[in-house]
Ligand binder design. Structure first.
Ligand code: SF4
Ligand code: SF4
Length: 285
């Protein structure tokens, strides 16, 4: 079965990526929802999920020191390139990158590498379908692996329940967690805003989608706040054959919907009709 996996991303946080993702959800049938913004997940605020299962997520193996066996030779501290071990041989787990060098150099086998829980992955029910989401423990570094796990789980649920669409709230930026959000997606929506940095970040993230051979279109949020920058974004898109699928004006209507925890396209249907939102939805099916 072909699954239509739509991933919504942005070159940076705060552009309206999650608001747009939430707005798509009520209008795509046969849907599994996934939140891959595992460092700062917030799609759950608008979806009000009922968690039905929680899975502990093990990322890297991390070093543990057995104090009974340690002779305080200091070799581990000298060899750790991540400064995870102090002079008095105390290990800061949050700094450990799991390279295993300390275990290798320890003359008394005092160090072992053990599985470390770095976050939780949830499967939940929402009014719009199954929702897979996760939360990385603050300070942990393996968000790319957790993102891949969220997408894997969402795909398995889609296959199991014969769902043809997956909507993914992707991670912002261009780091490995974003690559994890994007690889193999059916289509990508890049949300940007009408500022100079919006254009700069759009260019970076679009180049990434190009390298990954993905079909991408652009949504310009709050386009009327700076018509000049909006024009620059549209010019860039036109020169690169990128479709601008939707332009959303700045309006308090959307802010009001979010504050009242209502999905904006549901709370302000007429406004969304006026800006061509439902035509945009049709283009995603
Ligand atoms: S596993 Fe690597 S990063 Fe972690 S404490 Fe040992 S040497 Fe440092
Ligand atoms: S290398 Fe092993 S024995 Fe030496 S200080 Fe580190 S833990 Fe202790």
């Amino acid at each position: 079965m072909n699954i239509n996996e739509i991933v919504v991303i942005s070159g940076k946080g705060g552009t309206g990526k999650t608001t747009l993702t939430a707005s798509l959800i009520p209008y795509l049938e046969d849907l599994i929802i996934a939140d891959c913004d595992v460092d700062a997940p917030d799609l759950n605020i608008l979806l009000d999920p009922k968690i039905r299962s929680t899975h502990r997520f093990v990322g890297l193996k991390k070093a543990v020191i057995d104090k009974e066996k340690c002779i305080k030779c200091g070799l581990c501290e000298r060899h750790c390139k991540f400064s995870a071990i102090s002079k008095d041989i105390i290990l800061a787990q949050s700094k450990c990158e799991g390279c295993g060098v300390c275990e290798f150099v320890c003359p008394t086998d005092a160090i072992s590498m053990v599985d470390a829980v770095v976050g939780d992955l949830y499967e939940s029910d929402t009014a719009f379908g199954d929702f897979v989401h996760a939360k990385l423990i603050p300070g942990e570094e393996t968000s790319g692996k957790l993102v891949a796990e969220v997408r894997k789980k969402a795909k398995a649920l889609a296959l199991l329940n014969n769902k043809k669409n997956i909507v993914v709230d992707g991670s912002p930026g261009i780091a490995c967690n974003v690559i994890s959000s994007l690889t193999g997606a059916s289509q990508v929506i890049i949300v940007t805003e009408s500022t100079f940095s919006g254009l700069h970040d759009l260019k970076r993230v679009y180049e990434l989608t190009k390298k990954l051979n993905l079909k991408a279109q652009v949504v310009i949020n709050k386009f009327d706040l700076s018509p000049h920058h909006s024009e620059m974004i549209e010019k860039y898109c036109s020169e690169n054959n990128i479709v601008v699928g939707l332009k959303i004006p700045f309006t308090k209507k959307i802010v009001r919907s979010i504050v009242s925890k209502t999905i904006p396209s549901v709370g302000e249907k007429e406004f969304f009709e006026e800006i061509g939102f439902f035509k945009f939805i049709d283009s995603l099916k």
